[in-house]
Design a protein around this ligand. Structure first.
Ligand code: SF4
Length: 370
């Protein structure tokens, strides 16, 4: 499918005019600074705009330039990222800043080959940053623009299929104007976010409805074709809270693991027929420690992709042993009040709060009876 030049021209004109009148005044839209656009694009991956805004502002307050970011500690970058999820993004961002500084760049350069070679820069991020910062004529494709394209051209195959992806990227490229490319790319995404929404597209308010195949055929609600929903899997995990005096053991996860680089109370999945106490003792053994499994601190539920996880925390009174951390990047004994200085995943932060409230209740009880 080749897009007729007259159709492409009509789409540019209508979309750019609509974007000019309707674009949300988001903080990263008032700048063409490639560094700031990069931070926003990375934060926006898999994350909603309203969630990103305060993180973006806080991050730039701490690290207003690429040079400042490259001089930071990874630990501080992860602390600022805490709660935003997908922590690999933060580690890649930090690594990319160091690589750029080592090569004497002070910002993201207008060079697709350099940018694409950096950690965390796939085709989408590279093109989004270069088109918005330098108006480079390169297409983007993400969930919102993909939905618009599937409907606009009546694509009735699953967009996740490789051949369909290829076709969608080609269409995105064929549609590009010669100037205002960054605005055009953002306009496609904004149209998908505000008008061509997944469940209730507002076709009457859409600047492209005259050209839209799905609208003409009344198939807006059938497109894009959805993949079959995968079944969820229930998992139970056990975390141990080992204390030595007023300090608690936390470990830093290896980089390659989920939540890589974050800290946690050591935890492990429970196998069928295994008790939580048995898992706690296995974990303790792996850490080279001896102890007695004590109180049940509490349980939380959370979801990761299609896994529905119940995470139970048990206290362990340590008797001795020598701490082994081969399975982790690092380990630390920290006071509860110092935990906010360590980046934790959202479920682990909830466990830390459970522990804090269990300790406060125990102290209150002691005061009452003492
Ligand atoms: S006309 Fe409707 S379905 Fe087509 S692009 Fe616009 S909002 Fe989406």
């Amino acid at each position: 499918m080749i897009v007729a030049p007259s159709l492409a021209a009509a789409i540019h004109r209508r979309l750019l005019s609509w974007f000019g009148d309707n674009a949300r005044p988001l903080p990263w839209r008032s700048t063409r600074d490639p560094y700031r656009i990069w931070i926003s694009e990375v934060m926006l991956q898999q994350t909603q705009v309203v969630t990103v805004i305060p993180y973006y502002q806080r991050f730039l307050k701490h690290f207003p330039s690429l040079t400042r970011l490259a001089k930071a500690r990874e630990h501080d970058v992860l602390v600022l990222w805490e709660g935003l999820g997908y922590y690999r993004r933060a580690r890649d961002l930090f690594r990319a800043s160091r690589i750029l500084r080592e090569n004497d760049y002070t910002t993201i350069p207008d060079d697709p080959d350099v940018v694409r070679s950096l950690p965390g820069f796939g085709r989408y991020t590279t093109n989004a940053v270069l088109s918005q910062a330098y108006d480079r004529r390169v297409p983007i494709l993400e969930a919102n623009s993909q939905r618009v394209l599937c409907r606009l051209f009546g694509i009735d195959r699953n967009p996740k299929e490789a051949a369909v992806q290829k076709r969608l990227w080609e269409l995105a490229e064929e549609l590009l104007p010669t100037k205002s490319v960054g605005d055009f790319n953002q306009g496609m995404m904004e149209l998908g976010a505000l008008v061509c929404t997944p469940a209730t597209p507002s076709c009457h308010a859409c600047p492209l409805h005259k050209h839209c195949r799905a609208y003409q055929e009344n198939r807006q609600h059938e497109l894009p074709v959805r993949a079959k929903v995968e079944r969820t899997i229930a998992v139970t995990e056990v975390a141990i809270m080992v204390n030595k005096g007023d300090r608690w053991l936390i470990v830093q996860r290896p980089n390659h693991a989920r939540w890589g680089g974050l800290w946690e109370f050591p935890h492990e999945a429970l196998q069928q027929d295994e008790s939580a106490e048995a898992v706690a003792l296995t974990l303790l053994d792996r850490l080279g420690l001896h102890g007695v499994v004590g109180d049940h601190v509490g349980s939380i539920r959370h979801a990761v992709t299609r896994f529905r996880i119940r995470l139970t925390a048990l206290c362990v009174r340590m008797h001795g042993g020598r701490l082994k951390t081969a399975a982790y990047r690092n380990a630390a004994w920290v006071r509860l009040e110092d935990l906010p200085g360590y980046p934790l995943s959202a479920p682990q932060r909830r466990l830390a709060r459970l522990l804090e409230s269990a300790r406060n209740n125990a102290k209150a009880q002691k005061r009452k009876t003492g």
